[in-house]
Design a protein around this ligand. Structure first.
Ligand code: COA
Ligand code: MG
Length: 295
């Protein structure tokens, strides 16, 4: 079950070793990947290994997602059918990459309708829609309204290729960006994703930071995402999980302050009050309550 989604560890589906290790780590969600971390010749092996890993997983308290290939490939339908038929109760969500329109999500949702009816699955498998193209951004509100969608993901590398922007590296936002553009280049796309996700009561999840030995860069990238309203970020390496969980968790100081805001507001019977020389009103109280609820 997915309780919170600060970190999502992407695990190459053709690596038996990594599939085993993933469930010994502290990611909130493990995402078994059959898409871009898997070479074409290993697509079928990845399906089998992912299915076996799902069947074998026990005593795992976090969430489990599976990333299938995009709907325009020869792999997608078989990925979904084989994996979801074999272990439907183990999968919390399917990550659908390169979602360009709501139709992509409807296709997957219909396929899951059939599989769930056949297997008698009680809890429906959710869909995480990865927005990775200019057209995906254009159609984002319809995508967010499509059935089963629980989160929108920002796929920065493919998005950047789609709009013809240069990536300073494959690492995603935050690395060497200052030399390329004064300001934060990804602000528009990221804010659009957050705004749409929140308008539809979905989570917003940020892409991974590829330079996995650079923890300082990761902190910066995760903090930008968190400041913009993202709920979590992908990890591609075990060494990134703790850092991501830390950035997306409120600090003790923030928790204490939120509790003081709630207490002061209660004392003022919900009206305006002051703490530390700053005014607090209903909006401040809502923010404080949201922070406490997220723990
Ligand atoms: N999931 C689970 N285990 C992982 C892992 C992952 N994503 N990445 C590394 N590990 C394991 C390694 O197997 C190794 O295990 P060991 O200590 O038992 O030998 C340990 O963590 C340390 O790994 P390290 O040697 O530092 O890295 P590596 O060279 O083995 O792997 C990458 C580096 C980038 C190839 C690897 O992290 C990876 O494939 N990441 C996922 C990429 C991905 O999913 N991309 C698509 C998402 S956008
Ligand atoms: Mg991608």
């Amino acid at each position: 079950m997915i309780r919170r989604q600060r970190s999502t560890l992407s695990v190459p589906g053709h690596s038996e070793k990594m599939l085993k290790k993933a469930f010994e780590l502290a990611a909130d969600v493990v995402m078994l990947d059959m898409e871009d971390s898997v070479p074409l010749e290993a697509k079928s092996a990845a399906r089998e290994l992912v299915t076996a890993a799902l069947k074998n997983v026990e005593n795992w308290n976090g969430g489990i997602s599976v990333r299938v290939n995009s709907v325009d490939t020869p792999y997608c339908f078989r990925d979904v059918i084989e994996v979801a038929q074999a272990a439907p109760a183990k999968i919390d969500s399917i990550v659908l990459p390169k979602v360009d329109s709501a139709g992509d999500v409807h296709f997957l949702s219909r396929l899951l309708d059939g599989i769930e009816a056949e297997t008698g699955t009680q809890t429906p498998i959710a869909i995480d829609a990865s927005i990775e193209s200019a057209i995906g951004i254009e159609n984002i509100a319809e995508i967010a309204s499509a059935p089963r969608v629980r989160s929108l993901i920002f796929g920065i590398a493919d998005y950047s290729a789609s709009i013809g922007a240069r990536l300073s590296s494959i690492s995603g936002h935050g690395e060497n960006e200052e030399e390329m553009y004064p300001g934060h280049r990804w602000n528009f796309a990221m804010s659009k994703i957050v705004q749409t996700a929140k308008a539809h009561n979905l989570l917003a999840i940020d892409a991974p930071y590829g330079s996995f030995r650079d923890l300082q860069g990761l902190v910066k990238s995760a903090k930008i995402a968190s400041a913009l309203g993202f709920d979590g970020k992908w990890a591609i390496h075990p060494g990134q999980i703790e850092t991501i969980n830390g950035v997306f968790s409120p600090s003790q100081e923030e928790i204490d302050r939120a509790n003081r805001v709630l207490a002061a507001s209660k004392a003022a019977l919900g009206g305006a009050a002051a703490i530390d020389g700053r005014m607090i009103d209903k909006a401040t109280v809502r923010l404080a309550q949201k922070l406490i609820d997220s723990i």
